[in-house]
Design a protein around this ligand. Structure first.
Ligand code: NI
Length: 281
């Protein structure tokens, strides 16, 4: 245990943050950076030293016949907590429901309409901005959230300005899709080639196997998947992709791959977050 851990004895907890804007410091465990476990005075103290916050964004949707419904939320939260641990930046609770309208043909999927998700993200950003958070870093686990999240950011900037929030001119939101980080895509290509596919991918399933070992028992060989195609409504999606997969072979996934992918994603996003926090413009 590093000596610094013994120094955290004041009633204003040291949750591992630097003294200058953009300074980030690795912390001992994830508990220190979970917003859910902080008190409001602790958050006030944090804001005197850091104006950044991480918001994990997932989805609750089918991931083929052997993948967990919670895949996108589990992975986004795990990457977010590891990025938070490496940087000392606070992590909010995960937003586990995303825009998954086209997966509603499969049992267990729970979707927010784009307008609902936009309103949720808008309100999350405005709540944080009101307290003085100026850099909102959304770690996303689902491609279907991307367009809506970006629209929500534009709406949040407009509202922050309209409400004359003190942080309005400095408010920045950034979307980081962990599965699109270049080192992650490179490793997925190397491990799975074309079998990575586009939905219920072995890379995301591997990460869930690392996080939740009970899911390993669900894995089994699957028939040739339907190829990727255009995405329209839920009935059309199920017609094109009868078992929910888009060109992927999740049976290639291994828990140790997931551990490697988590490391790669966290390293890439932690560096990106540090750049985001340090930028003046
Ligand atoms: Ni997914």
């Amino acid at each position: 245990m590093p000596e610094s851990a013994e120094l955290s004895t004041t009633d204003q907890p040291d949750i591992g943050l630097g003294s200058a804007p953009g300074d980030t410091v690795e912390v001992e465990g994830v508990d220190a950076i979970r917003l859910q476990l902080r008190s409001w005075p602790e958050v006030e103290a944090y804001l005197r030293r850091c104006r950044g916050v991480i918001v994990p964004l997932g989805s609750t949707e089918q991931h083929g016949p052997t993948g967990a419904i919670g895949t996108d939320a589990l992975t986004a939260e795990a990457v977010a907590l590891e990025v938070g641990r490496r940087t000392g930046v606070l992590v909010t609770p995960a937003q586990a429901f995303g825009m998954a309208e086209h997966h509603l043909g499969f049992a267990g999927t729970v979707s927010l309409q784009p307008s609902t998700l936009m309103a949720v993200l808008h309100d999350v950003v405005l709540s944080l901005a009101r307290h003085g958070f100026e850099r909102v870093y959304v770690i996303n686990g689902h491609g279907g959230n991307i367009a809506t999240a970006k629209a929500a950011f534009a709406q949040a900037y407009a509202t922050a300005t309209a409400r004359s929030l003190p942080v309005a001119s400095r408010l920045r939101c950034k979307l980081a899709n962990w599965f699109m980080a270049p080192p992650v895509m490179q490793k997925a290509r190397q491990l799975y080639g074309e079998r990575e596919g586009h939905h219920a991918t072995p890379s995301e399933i591997a990460l869930t196997l690392h996080l939740e070992p009970s899911l390993i028992a669900k894995q089994r060989p699957l028939p040739e998947p339907a190829p990727p195609g255009p995405i329209h409504g839920p009935d059309d999606f199920r017609r094109r992709h009868p078992d929910g997969r888009m060109g992927s072979d999740p049976y290639l996934a291994r828990a140790d791959h997931g551990q490697t992918l988590l490391e790669l994603a966290a390293a890439a996003l932690a560096a990106d977050l540090q750049t985001f926090l340090a930028a003046d413009d």
